[in-house]
Design a protein around this ligand. Structure first.
Ligand code: ADP
Ligand code: MG
Length: 486
């Protein structure tokens, strides 16, 4: 099944939009792929550069085992084959931010082979997207064009940082699926702890391959849009690019395979260069590095340490906690949300916890533009609030009031309840006194009620609740009123 936006109506009929994504994910690692230099984001330019990263003569790369483990971990999380034997190649090109004039990457023999990601679509259906491969490679440095009017500066902090390039098959159709795929992939990486997924900082960037075809026809010629760094931009780029290609084809032209850039300010793609072919890069195995050989025991040990991933967590939430597919899907989509929810639900009714998190909490977070990680209400405090409802201290209505105050002040529910005197009153004597007052003040209504006007019962309940400033336990109020009136 394909989404609504997978097909675009042109002047001469329908076109299907076909997408394949190459995602560059920065590996979480303290040191770079082949040097001991640090990888922290935002450091002063050129303060995290080893002689190797600067390509000084006489230096030799040494593989960082932690990065290999991260790649294997990611491969396992993507249900992929792990290759026991892989090779690092030199990909040769000249660029000012690439001191050696080649990038160490993997080409014919990557560390991770074919795999699969399950993508949850908006209509509730699931699409399995093929992964072609995952390989390890070095990032380049960064050219800074805005530091000096007369020169381009180069910051090599990023040079040599480990990237995983995760290549999907051309299995995606339309912008909705492409967005859902990126979000799911990002979630898996973050659950695994192999990439922080921070798109603004460039830890996750996409090369977007787009082609169009008549439904059922063979794949069309694709264009590749380089380095797009947000889900929204990926979607805008696909939409623009698909329409551009359709216009050309409907005008009788042909698509030239090329590399394009996305101009985020104008929302258009522009030609950057003719697509280079693999042979242009003069790939060859890096003579400074041995092939990477992994034992079964090594891979099994990493497999044994994998955390519960979103798909498994969702199944558990549905089957063991009794949540709906929809709620479970929402709760597992972000690791931080799942963690938060599980803390709230620990020892409590899961459905109630889920309602509070996806209802009240999400509502407030949305309103205030905050992430769950900076929620003023901690999961433990939300849990305490739920307990106060469960043990009858707070009515549901007052609990919402307390929650709002918790969100505003960051204070625990107990303090707020005490300070505002919000405890629900269940004491029969206290409520009976209120009932007596209300009954006494409304003798005429009591008569009408007793004469058969049943509807008036609600009026009495309302009066007693009002007299208690909303704190009376409604069940007790009902009980006592029935006693007195009937
Ligand atoms: P390269 O390494 O030259 O970029 P690949 O064969 O590795 O080429 O493909 C790169 C990406 O292009 C993959 O994500 C793949 O799914 C995608 N792709 C290949 N053919 C098409 C097509 N006809 N339309 C859209 N995407 C495609
Ligand atoms: Mg490519």
């Amino acid at each position: 099944m394909v989404g609504d936006d997978a097909v675009i109506e042109g002047a001469t009929g329908s076109w299907e939009v076909v997408i394949g994504l190459e995602v560059h994910a920065q590996v979480i690692s303290d040191a770079k792929l082949f040097s001991g230099a640090a990888t922290a984001f935002g450091a002063e330019p050129n303060t995290q550069v080893s002689f190797i990263d600067a390509a000084m003569p006489g230096t030799l790369p040494v593989i960082n085992e932690a990065c290999v483990a991260q790649a294997v971990r990611t491969g396992l999380g993507l249900n992929a084959e792990i290759n026991r034997y892989s090779v690092f190649d030199r990909k040769n090109y000249f660029y000012p931010d690439l001191p050696p004039n080649y990038q160490i990457s993997q080409y014919a023999q990557p560390v991770v082979g074919p795999g699969m990601v399950r993508v949850d679509l908006e209509d509730g259906s699931v699409r399995e997207v093929g992964i072609e491969r995952l390989h390890l490679e070095q990032d380049a440095g960064k050219s800074l064009h805005d530091r000096r009017p007369d020169a381009t500066c180069v910051d090599l902090n990023r040079a040599g940082v480990a990237l995983m390039e995760i290549v999907s098959r051309p299995d995606l159709r339309g912008v909705g699926e492409a967005g859902a795929y990126i979000r799911k992939l990002r979630a898996i990486l973050r659950y695994l702890g192999t990439c922080d997924g921070n798109m603004e900082q460039g830890s996750l960037r996409c090369d977007v391959n787009v082609s169009v075809r008549r439904p059922g026809a063979p794949l069309g010629t694709r264009c590749e849009i380089k380095n797009v760094n947000s889900v929204r931009f990926v979607q805008q780029a696909i939409d623009y690019e698909a329409r551009r290609q359709i216009d050309i084809l409907e005008g009788g032209g042909e698509i030239e395979q090329e590399t394009r850039l996305f101009d985020a300010d104008r929302g258009v793609t522009r030609s950057m260069r003719r697509k280079e072919e693999a042979h242009d890069y003069r790939y060859f195995p890096d003579p400074d590095l041995l092939p990477l050989e992994l034992s079964d025991a090594y891979i099994d040990a990493i497999r044994a340490g994998l955390p519960e991933l979103p798909d498994q967590k969702k199944v558990r939430f549905v089957e063991q906690l009794g949540l709906s597919e929809y709620d479970a899907g929402v709760l597992v989509a972000e690791k931080e949300v799942a963690d938060y929810f599980e803390r709230v639900a620990d020892g409590r009714e899961a459905k109630t916890a889920s309602n509070w998190v996806t209802g009240e909490l999400f509502g407030k977070l949305n309103e205030s533009g905050r992430e769950i990680t900076d929620s003023p209400v901690s999961p433990d405090d939300l849990g305490d609030l739920i307990d106060l409802v469960a043990d009858g201290t707070l009515s549901g209505r007052l609990a919402k009031e307390v929650f709002d105050a918790m969100f505003e002040s960051g204070r625990p529910p107990g303090e707020i309840v005490e300070e505002r005197g919000l405890e629900q009153v269940s004491d029969r004597g206290e409520i009976e006194a209120l009932v007596d007052t209300v009954v006494g003040e409304n003798a005429d209504k009591v008569e009408e009620y007793r004469a058969g006007k049943d509807k008036l019962f609600g009026f009495f309940v309302g009066q007693v609740m009002k007299a208690s400033q909303g704190r009376a336990n409604p069940k007790v109020v009902n009980d006592i009123l029935r006693q007195k009136l009937d």
